[in-house]
Design a protein around this ligand. Sequence first.
Ligand code: GLU
Length: 477
Amino acid sequence: MKPVRVRFAPSPTGYLHIGGLRTALYDYLFASAMKGKLILRIEDTDQSREVEGAATSLINTLHQLGIDFDEGPGIGGEFQPYTQSQRLELYKYHAQKLIDSGNAYYCFCSSETLTAMREEQQVQGQFVKYDRRCLQLSKDEITARLAKGERHVIRLKMPDHRLFSFDDLIRDKVEMESSQSDDQVLVKSDGFPTYHLAAVVDDHYMQISHVIRGEEWLSSTPKHLWLYECFGWEAPIWVHLPLILATDRSKLSKRMNDVSVESYLTKGYLKEALLNFVVLLGWHTSDDREIFTLDEMCSVFSLDRVNKAGAIFDLTKLDWMNGHYMRSLPLETIAERCEPYFLSSGLDISNRDKFMKCVDVARERCTLLPEIVDYSKMFYAKAELSTEDKEIMLNADSQKVLKWFAEELPKAMPLNADKVQELTKLCTTNLGIKGKALYTPLRLALINQAHGPDLPNTFAILGDQEAIDRISRYVVR
Ligand code: GLU
């Protein structure tokens, strides 16, 4: 068997799509399992969609997620360059070869002509495709129009009545009639190749063994097979991944859904959760296991367990998964990840001990990293109480409780969970006050709100002196 070489071939249009991450992840996992190579190729031949800096940010995002490449732009490799806009000569050469062999032809039709042609075909109920009117042009006419610098494209001449049949690793045998394929534009009027020509040429020269890509490319495969045949090259093994669907089974779209990986990271999803969620978009183990680290995925992943059916992008599941990782990753990891959110919200986290305890309590109750900051504010800020809460603090029982604690706590220092619990019991015994009447004034004093973590945790986070100060300031003398 040929050495396994797979490529992730994104177009640098501004962000990493969730579907792109899935392809990159499956590429990475397959390459790791097969001890093959993972190549990054930047497909930037559509100049109108290009966003500056997108390629670098894409590489950074994937690196941040733990997906690194063996070859690619800025990484190097035997088949450089890996950015298509730097390989234009190669595509030009191959387009010419196709023209010379009669497998491609010049087309001078304007966009108005093409639109009118399509409309007419639609009215007639015909399959919409180019009607090959430029295929009839004589050699002399073509030469003259090219010499005049007339705007043109180069089209692939698909064979007539040919049944293309290929094995897809996920879909098994696929058959498609050539009449269902348009004469694909291979070179655009700006001289840049389209995806179809550039990808086939590059996959060949970069010795790609398996083309792993989204199902949306399945219908293009006959065109690609035909290109391989015209060039006399061996085609790679095809692997078309299932579509990713929204919960209503419509196609996941940028307009309706957030599909940017960077945006999920910014929102405070953990990379472990994102990868774990994304790996399950179309793949599962026989025992339907849900939780995997990247290393675990590497050891169990195989392409033959990828489904044909569309995968549902269910944010509820992503949230559940994120909550799982918030609680199960080492505390230091979560603290490190939420530190930037604390800093940008202006909270003073110089007291490391307090910060760590706070994160530990908060992560049990939060789904996303920034929620930890919101939850923690009660331990950092001393907010003004509402008029109603102020009244509660002034009632006789509340005052008794607050005063009792303000006096007893200093004697019990250093505090710990057992001592706090003993003191609450003792307070009830001595003052005859329990339940809400006991806890509400204490919580309002300590954390400005009636609900929050249990008292031992609250005391532990605030620290003895801060807790005593917060209680004492509500004692009216
Ligand atoms: N540049 C194509 C895209 O971004 C790549 C498709 C492929 O993997 O062949 O969709």
